[in-house]
Design a protein around this ligand. Structure first.
Ligand code: PGA
Length: 252
């Protein structure tokens, strides 16, 4: 049985004062969530604050991106070993905003995945199609290509310690959620794609759904067989909403 996992993605939001209250409330509310692992992926400058506030308890700490390089002349970038020093257990790689706004290619995302795993940080690999791609019937082609880029570079065994997040771009921050069946279909496709290379890795792989998950729709999405939890953007900034979603993962 795969464990449930709910990760918050704060994106570029927060302040020292707002974070203190949010971290305190989320930390207090997640201690008793048996069977659900929770994480918060915070902006780089707040990693130290979050590490201090969470003190190694739930939720665990994550970052939102990482450099594919180990060190050197890469102004503005942050390496995986730096994230490890601040207690990051997870890092998002290939979030659609990184792919579309910052032009990250499949190859670059794969390199970031390898860099994170090499530093002992679990990569949370985000995959998803745009609305135009879905409407053109290209969803499986797109997410399959994004997944293959990582498996070809890192090897299928690298997925044994990783997490996937299916996030249809048209559902992120739009209030438009994929139906539970739409999510299940893509999750099952991704799992079968991994199973074609290694059935055992596929069976144990946690695949999260992300895109306008709210307290009101989390349970029905988490009830699907191949949905192992969620990646939560907007709702992760409101402690009660995030906690309700974590609770839905426990019950689902
Ligand atoms: P959302 O964002 O929950 O606000 O749609 C999800 C994400 O981008 O990870």
């Amino acid at each position: 049985m795969r464990g449930r996992f709910v990760a918050g993605n704060w994106k570029m939001n927060g302040s020292l004062a707002a974070n203190a209250a949010l971290l305190q409330a989320v930390s207090a509310g997640t201690q008793s969530l048996a069977g659900v692992e929770c994480a918060v992926c915070v902006p780089f400058p707040y990693l130290a604050q979050a590490a201090q506030a969470l003190k190694g308890a739930l939720p665990v700490l994550g970052a939102q991106t990482v450099s594919e390089h180990a060190a050197g002349a890469y102004t503005g970038e942050v390496s995986a070993s730096m994230l490890a020093e601040f207690g990051c257990r997870y890092v998002l790689v290939g979030h659609s905003e990184r792919r579309s706004i910052f032009g990250e290619s499949d190859a670059q995302v794969a390199a970031k995945f390898v860099a994170a795993a090499g530093a002992g940080i679990v990569p949370l690999l985000c995959l998803g199609e745009s609305l135009a791609e879905r409407e053109a019937g290209r969803t499986e082609e797109v997410v399959g290509r994004q997944l293959d880029a990582v498996m070809d570079t890192a090897g299928v065994q690298a997925l044994a310690g990783a997490v996937l997040a299916y996030e249809p771009v048209w559902a992120i921050g739009t209030g438009r959620t994929a139906s539970p069946q739409q999510a299940q279909d893509v999750h099952a496709f991704l799992r079968s794609r991994v199973a074609a290379r290694d059935a055992k890795v596929a069976q144990g792989l946690r695949i999260l759904y992300g895109g306008s998950v709210k307290a009101s729709n989390a349970s029905e999405i988490f009830a699907m067989a191949d949905v192992d939890g969620g990646l939560i953007g907007g709702a992760s900034l409101v402690a009660n909403d995030f906690l309700a979603i974590c609770n839905a993962a426990r019950k689902g």
